[in-house]
Design a binder for this molecule. Structure first.
Ligand code: KG4
Ligand code: ZN
Length: 334
């Protein structure tokens, strides 16, 4: 173990469509800056080529801002961390190349970070930290996992989706309802005004795994049938449809999380990833936590969706463990 005195890390995240830079000192996030790419909205999804170009344009300004907000000079930085994967290859290459160039020019050690591990460790950027071992339901646009977390750098995926991710289920359902991209936050907002009375079937999936592709199909057929009878069906029932979609997804997620908690006997339960920003999921988790006697951990909004703060926090624990990488560390998409 290295000595913990004044370790300052510059962290870079560019796995999808958010360009983010953060400064972390001794595991504490001093700044966490994000440049969102609005350009994708007009296409109804993330366009990889557009994302890479925007990362290239946003990277330097975001890094400068993160340094300024943290009150840190480039010369104060002890290590550079970056998201190595999973993510979009073109997007990852921009962040990886920037981190490598920065580290090389200042002769600093490099730390590669797994994006999904970072979503879990985002909880350690907060005052209220889960105790090991804990379970983390990591739900994002690309992943849905139940992770058994034994220690900072010792995690095991004990359940995951066999097809679509939970965020994808939100986004694809929203598309069927005519909502813009990403639909998750829009469904969340509209669902608050609605009643979840439209029944969408729950898939029968073995073990601790998930499936969301059937839900999307049943929504599609349900809407086709209803719209054939009433052209304005979606507009007239939008809030109730959103509430029903959200409740279906949240129910699927929480039933498997409860199964995992009962199987493992673990009562420290966390959620992470973009979908953990969902107010229905946050509320339902707290309710289930009370029934099941769990201590529940829900990240602040800034640590739910993609951000470099979580990359820096993960990098801090890797730094303490002496886990560095070379200039040859290539990004990986999956
Ligand atoms: O973790 P994240 O920012 O990026 C990935 O690593 O994928 O997650 C993005 C996903 C999108 O599918 C988005 O619709 C969803 O998280 N999301 C939400 C909410 N905020 C973001 N889904 C439901 N309710 C929300 N409030
Ligand atoms: Zn993510």
């Amino acid at each position: 173990m290295m000595k913990n005195n004044g370790i300052t890390i510059l962290a870079i995240e560019s796995s999808c469509d958010d360009t983010s830079a953060a400064i972390i000192r001794d595991g504490v996030v001093l700044s966490n800056c994000i440049a969102n790419q609005e350009a994708h909205r007009q296409y109804g999804g993330v366009v990889p080529e557009v994302a890479s170009r925007a990362h290239q344009a946003n990277m330097i300004p975001v890094v400068e801002l993160a340094l300024k907000k943290a009150g840190i000079a480039k010369t104060d930085i002890n290590a550079v961390a970056f998201t190595r994967g999973p993510g979009l290859m073109g997007s990852l290459i921009v962040g990886t190349s920037f981190a490598k160039a920065f580290a090389l020019s200042r002769n600093l050690p490099l730390i590669e970070v797994n994006h999904m591990q970072a979503h879990v460790l985002a909880h350690f950027a907060e005052d209220s930290k889960p105790k090991f071992p804990f379970l983390c339901l990591t739900v994002s646009g690309g992943h849905t996992q139940i992770v058994l977390v034994r220690d900072y750098l010792d995690m095991e995926i004990i359940g995951e989706t066999l097809d679509d991710a939970a965020g994808e289920a939100f986004d694809k359902s929203g598309k069927l309802l005519g909502l813009g991209y990403p639909a998750g936050p829009l469904i969340d907002k509209l669902a608050r005004e609605g009643q979840a009375h439209f029944p969408f079937p729950e898939p029968a999936v073995p073990d601790l795994n998930f499936s969301f592709s059937g839900l999307k199909t049943s929504i599609l057929y349900f809407l086709k049938k209803e719209v054939a009878e009433n052209q304005n069906f979606i507009a007239e029932n939008l809030a109730d449809l959103c509430a029903s979609v959200q409740t279906s997804i949240v129910t699927i997620l929480l039933k498997k999380l409860r199964k995992a908690a009962r199987q493992t006997g673990i009562r420290e339960i966390a959620i992470a990833g973009g979908v953990s920003a969902n107010s229905g999921l946050r509320k339902a988790l707290e309710e289930m936590g009370k029934q099941e006697g769990w201590a529940t951990y829900i990240p602040a909004f800034q640590y739910c969706t993609d951000n470099a703060g979580m990359i820096g926090v993960t990098a801090y624990y890797k730094y303490l463990a002496g886990e560095f990488c070379g200039q040859d560390a290539a990004p990986y998409a999956r």
